[in-house]
Design a protein around this ligand. Structure first.
Ligand code: SIN
Length: 190
């Protein structure tokens, strides 16, 4: 098959640990010029309209790169897979084509879902303590925001991917979750 016939999707958030589609191949991969950040608000999966959670998106930073998992999808099912992913990533994410460096040395083009700055749920940056508190208190139909952060951190470690921002947020939320004050707040808000 010519490389242009191959269909690839890059996952850097929940798609790393729960792709929920069948794939032919999966590789750890890197996308240059983009960095993962907890800057997208979630009221449909990991938060509610009253208390949005924070999930990851990619932001363009020229000298950085993002590690994730690239999945090769059978071309015959690609339309159906993208329709399902469009539904799953409906809250602010759009498809974009990027170049990915696979851990087998290949460079290929594929699709990534990114929540760009102008979408209505975009939260952007904040101080670490605010981000951590927001995550510690948020819960939505897909579970707690803390669970999302833990799963992401765990999946990155399993794949040998280092991400200073994710690990820093994970540690900050872990510290809060252990704090009695926040536990009381969480009980009070559930
Ligand atoms: C992704 O995983 O690639 C997109 C963001 C998410 O669903 O967490």
């Amino acid at each position: 098959m010519a490389s242009s016939d191959r269909v690839w999707v890059f996952g850097y958030g929940s798609l790393i640990w729960r792709p929920s589609f069948n794939f032919l191949n999966a590789h750890v991969a890197w996308v240059d010029g983009w960095s993962r950040r907890f800057w997208q608000g979630s009221t449909d999966h990991r938060g509610t309209p009253g208390a949005p959670g924070r999930v990851v998106t990619l932001v363009q930073i020229s000298d950085q790169y993002c590690g994730g998992v690239a999945y090769e999808i059978e071309p015959e099912v690609a339309t159906q897979v993208f329709a399902e992913l469009d539904r799953r990533e409906i809250q602010g994410y759009g498809r974009r084509e990027v170049e990915m460096r696979l851990n087998n040395g290949e460079t290929i083009r594929g699709i990534v879902y990114i929540a760009m700055e102008k979408n209505p749920h975009y939260l952007g940056d904040d101080v670490l303590s605010h981000i951590a508190k927001q995550i510690a208190c948020a819960r939505g139909p897909s579970g707690s925001n803390w669970d999302y952060v833990k799963r992401l951190g765990g999946a990155l470690r399993d794949f040998g991917i280092v991400d200073a921002h994710v690990f820093e947020v994970e540690q900050a939320v872990a510290r809060l979750i252990r704090a009695p004050l926040v536990k009381a707040h969480l009980r009070g808000s559930s």
